[in-house]
Design a binder for this molecule. Structure first.
Ligand SMILES: NC(=O)c1ccc[n+]([C@@H]2O[C@H](COP(=O)([O-])OP(=O)(O)OC[C@H]3O[C@@H](n4cnc5c(N)ncnc54)[C@H](OP(=O)(O)O)[C@@H]3O)[C@@H](O)[C@H]2O)c1
Length: 240
């Protein structure tokens, strides 16, 4: 039977590419989203992949939503915590709300997504946890104290989960994309985008599919010994 993969924020941007790549690799895929019904409908019409709506920032909603996915598709074998947001501001102007919203979505959202499916993975002695972090969690970024804190925290999550899950056949890894051509990045002013590209030795933004291929590898049986690691996919912009 096909393994079941869940992708949070799987209807747009990098998550959309991940959902499609996992489906193409033979997984039974569920994609979640937070509020954009129109994009989710378009995604399902194009791909045939089922979508589910809940906020990853809400533990009870995540638990219920994940249970519904498992009732529909079967136990979740691969969980890709991809949903994320930015609320950028220089630190002296950052509001507590901007801080909290990003923490709730990008950091607590990973806990809320993985924690409910973790016991099942332990019981079945198989699981793949893949968290989409960011280059800015590795190096920090002006105007992103909140975002960088969450993305660095995500790396701590996978390194710890890797140690707890290893003897149960569960791996936990992170991917740190550099700048990828999604709405999140295309929304910044063109001048800023050009400045970003000038800092990427490869001379271009990454494509969502380039991140999706990393996910397919980490989810596969080929990656059984890759555990607690971080794949940096950033066009040589930053080395850890
Ligand atoms: N783009 C980049 O260059 C880049 C670089 C490094 C890391 N990343 C990371 O990669 C991930 C995807 O980024 P992206 O650029 O593809 O983002 P995106 O195009 O803005 O898509 C974000 C997805 O996450 C969902 N989402 C947002 N908040 C949510 C919530 N509270 N609950 C459930 N779903 C929620 C959105 O749902 P709706 O459609 O309903 O809004 C959407 O499906 C993020 O974690 C981001 O931090 C991106």
């Amino acid at each position: 039977m096909a393994r079941v993969a869940l992708v949070t924020g799987g209807t747009r941007g990098i998550g959309e590419a991940i959902s499609k790549a996992l489906k193409a690799a033979g997984y039974s895929v569920a994609a979640t989203y937070g509020g954009n019904d129109e994009a989710a409908k378009k995604f399902t019409d194009e791909t045939g992949i089922a979508t589910y709506k809940w906020s990853v920032a809400d533990y009870a909603a995540s638990k219920d939503g994940l249970a519904k996915v498992e009732a529909d598709l079967g136990p979740i074998d691969v969980v890709v915590a991809n949903a994320g947001i930015t609320r950028d501001a220089p630190f002296h102007k950052m509001t507590p709300d901007q801080w909290q919203e990003v923490i709730d979505t990008n950091l607590t959202g990973v806990f809320n997504t993985v924690h409910p499916v973790w016991p099942g993975m332990r019981e079945r002695k198989f699981g793949r946890v893949i968290v989409i972090s960011s280059i800015n969690g590795q190096k920090g970024q002006f105007g992103q104290v909140n975002y960088a804190a969450t993305k660095a925290g995500d790396l701590g999550i996978v390194k710890s989960l890797a140690q707890e899950g290893a003897r149960f056949g569960i791996t936990a890894n992170a991917i740190c994309p550099g700048y990828i051509a999604t709405e999140m990045v295309m929304a910044v002013p063109e001048k800023v985008r050009e400045a970003i590209i000038s800092q990427i030795p490869t001379g271009r933004l990454g494509e969502p599919e380039e991140i999706a291929r990393c996910v397919v590898f980490l989810a596969s049986d080929d990656a059984t010994f890759v555990n607690g690691s971080t794949i940096s996919a950033n066009g040589a912009q930053f080395f850890v």
